[in-house]
Design a protein around this ligand. Structure first.
Ligand SMILES: [Zn+2]
Length: 494
């Protein structure tokens, strides 16, 4: 057996032993959206902080951390997804290293925490918005999306980051204990992270083409819109809210975060025209993303309102993160679901009224507003686009457009298994043409495993892995119910 064939066999065998190695949008998606969010930060303290390449790598590998618990069947993974854990982590870093955070250990913890937080936020956004589009457009849900989107990133030549393995030497047990009265062994965390790093990040080239062949036919809409910046919850549409969340976490670490800073992002985003007016379709949903967890019960029909012309109130169903509606859970977003059709080419206004309770116990005491317009009529004149608002992000330059004219199924992560992040300049790139990434997809697959030829009928270890991927989706839905425990335990570290 050639060395190449032997390596492929080892990879498939290793992957087939994983009972639960996948997660909400794929781990490579988390690593990359987090990396792109860091690169799109505006000039300021946090962008300067991430001028250190080691800290960018730490944030990226931190973005793989929450799913590492799933990889070994340990409950720490689920806990790490939610704001109670993140809030406890912020408070622990602040109490241990604040207020200046000058040591290497402090800075590594901040970057790792931000990566983990970014992952949890991205899961909330993706599951709540993009998965509903997949249900509507493709008749598919999480099981196909989880593995499919990572495979599309690979095959479309987008993957570029392979952060080196890093785990904080100490501190995680204290944070888990504070948030959930649970302390995973450091050896368990290391085992989970090693498994994710080796098999999902470094060796993904071995299975990505197989996944692509399996899931692209199931997701004709999803595979062509998973990077569409105008679809709420697409990977590109997650970049700006992720960057905004990191900025909010920075303010929280420095004691400068106020309840009035709650809303950080809204959908519709870039054009601020809703995708549709039919209230029975997902296109008519409006989303607001937060920079801190908010208590579900305080986001209701009294505090979340939608008005049309002439102060006409629109009847709403106020929803939250897809996996919870419990009044005492925390959510990092609210979704306004109209219960009546909206009018075309009309301006509406979202209002978040005072009284929304935050994860840290404070409440908002002023009204936040956001205006958007509905789509233009299919024919005829259309009014001017909505006026710019302070919340509007710049057009997102990341990631670069894939080379759709010459798709390279062998394209994959950069050749070094521990390739570093791209250089970050003092000024953010705002021109897509000036993006620093190599979008050519010309880099050979990384690591020792080699890409298998796409096959519509994967066999052996691959089938086992597909089954495992499907199983994880079900298990995750069942256990995403207990973030509130951490809120009760928060007082322990104060
Ligand atoms: Zn996850």
């Amino acid at each position: 057996m050639s060395r190449r064939r032997a390596l492929r066999s080892v990879c498939v065998a290793l992957l087939s032993t994983l009972p639960t190695l996948a997660a909400a949008h794929g781990i490579n998606g988390h690593v990359h959206v987090t990396g792109w969010a860091v690169e799109s930060l505006p000039p300021g303290e946090l962008r300067s902080f991430f001028a250190d390449a080691a800290l960018r790598d730490t944030a990226q590998i931190g973005a793989a951390f929450p799913d590492s618990g799933y990889a070994i069947g340990d409950p720490y993974g689920e806990m790490a997804h939610w704001e109670p854990f993140i809030n406890a982590y912020v408070e622990w870093i602040s109490a241990t290293f604040g207020p200046t955070y000058e040591t290497e250990e402090a800075r590594r913890h901040i970057a790792f925490m931000m990566g983990a937080a970014a992952h949890g936020l991205q899961d909330e956004i993706f599951d709540t918005h993009f998965l509903r589009y997949l249900i509507q457009e493709d008749g598919q849900d999480q099981d196909a999306a989880d593995a499919g989107t990572d495979a599309f990133l690979f095959t479309d030549g987008i993957l570029e980051f392979k952060p080196p393995l890093y785990i904080p030497e100490s501190g995680l047990q204290a944070v888990f204990t504070a948030s959930h009265d649970y302390a995973p062994e450091q050896s368990q965390v290391r085992a989970g992270m090693q498994r994710v790093k080796l098999l999902v990040i470094d060796r993904f080239a071995a299975v990505a083409p197989v996944f692509d062949a399996r899931y692209r036919p199931l997701l004709p809409w999803g595979s062509t819109h998973y990077l569409d910046p105008d679809v709420p919850g697409s990977l590109r549409a997650e970049i700006q809210p992720t960057a905004a969340y990191m900025l909010a976490l920075w303010e929280r670490l420095h004691g400068r975060y106020t309840p009035q800073m709650l809303a950080t992002h809204a959908y519709p985003t870039s054009t601020r025209r809703l995708r549709g007016v039919d209230h029975t379709r997902v296109d008519s949903r409006i989303g607001v993303v937060f920079g801190i967890g908010a208590i579900v019960g305080s986001l209701n029909e009294e505090t979340v309102r939608l008005f049309g012309p002439g102060e006409t109130p629109i009847s709403l169903d106020v929803q939250h993160t897809r996996w919870t509606g419990r009044a005492d859970d925390a959510t990092r977003q609210v979704v306004l679901v109209p219960l009546e059709d909206l009018a075309l080419d009309t301006e509406y206004e979202v209002r978040l009224l005072p009284g929304i309770e935050l994860q840290d116990g404070r409440r908002t005491d002023s009204t936040w507003t956001y205006r958007f317009k509905t789509p233009c009529p299919p024919a005829g004149a259309c009014s001017a686009d909505p006026e710019a608002m302070p919340l509007d992000p710049p057009r997102v330059p990341y990631p670069p457009e894939p080379d759709v004219a010459d798709p390279n199924p062998d394209a994959g992560p950069s050749p070094s298994p521990d390739a570093q992040s791209a250089p970050i300049s003092a000024e953010p790139t705002v021109d897509a043409g000036a993006a620093t990434h190599d979008a050519s997809g010309s880099s050979p697959p990384g690591g020792g495993c080699v890409a298998s030829a796409p096959s519509p009928k994967p066999a052996g270890g691959a089938i086992g892995l597909f089954a495992a991927l499907a199983g994880l989706g079900a298990s995750r839905r069942q256990i995403r119910r207990k973030p509130r425990e951490g809120r009760r335990a928060r007082a322990q570290i104060r």
